[in-house]
Design a protein around this ligand. Structure first.
Ligand code: ZN
Length: 220
């Protein structure tokens, strides 16, 4: 039995952590497109070089490049028993391309897990990061606070917030994400594949809810 699952969720929803745990449990690869893009660029593969050209000119990496990378990844032997996709698809066009690719391989998606976290909680998680400008140490007001408020544990320097972690910058990122993802949720809901899992509880509770949601895709 196969286990082909997609994880959807806003930045800060915790889907990377949950996707990694599920993939390890099932013995299938966690296919995170952000990591794959960085690897392909570093390895200077043909697709990686093409992706780099777009990234260097400040543009988005086109769908066909991302899809090519995913196809290459899923064709490796460890993808035969299934996969957990994390960060892909991002758009309806990518979802359609993924369906077409799987169809060519005689496969299909078993479940799409949408990890739902409210906007205020996402803002709280994503704006909590603080960094030390002197030694580079990173902290988080909620999950990894410094011993003395506002001071670096290592060198005592005053901690700062990166410009892309401010409330305004994060809110813009979340707006872009929501706009992009709403049609994607509808796409999978229409196909009866979408399972919405509340992502604000404690990590083990969320993990248990996810396993219930993908129950029928769990390998025997
Ligand atoms: Zn420091």
């Amino acid at each position: 039995m196969s286990a082909r699952v997609i994880f959807l969720g806003a930045p800060g929803a915790g889907k990377g952590t949950q996707a990694r745990a599920l993939a390890a449990e099932w013995g299938v690869p966690q296919v995170a497109t952000g990591d794959m893009l960085r690897e392909a660029v570093a390895a200077k593969t043909p697709l990686g070089l093409e992706a780099k050209r777009h990234m260097d000119s400040g543009g988005l990496v086109p769908d066909d490049v991302v899809i090519g990378l995913v196809e290459e990844r899923l064709a490796r032997p460890d993808g035969a028993a299934g996969f957990v996709l994390d960060g892909f698809p991002r758009t309806t066009a990518q979802a359609q391309a993924l369906d077409a690719m799987l169809k060519r391989r005689g496969q299909s998606i078993d479940r799409v897990v949408f990890l739902e976290v409210g906007r205020e909680e996402l803002l709280r998680r994503l704006t909590g990061r603080r960094v030390c400008p002197k030694c580079g140490a990173a902290f988080h007001l909620v999950s990894a606070p410094p011993r003395t408020a506002g001071r670096c544990d290592n060198c005592g320097a005053e901690l700062t917030q990166r410009s892309d972690d401010t409330r305004e910058a994060v809110a813009t990122r979340l707006d872009v994400y929501e706009k992009q993802t709403a049609p994607l949720l509808a796409y999978y809901r229409d196909r009866g594949l979408l399972a919405t899992v509340p992502g604000e509880g404690a990590m083990p509770r969320v993990a248990a809810d996810i396993r219930r949601a993908v129950g029928r895709a769990v390998p025997a």
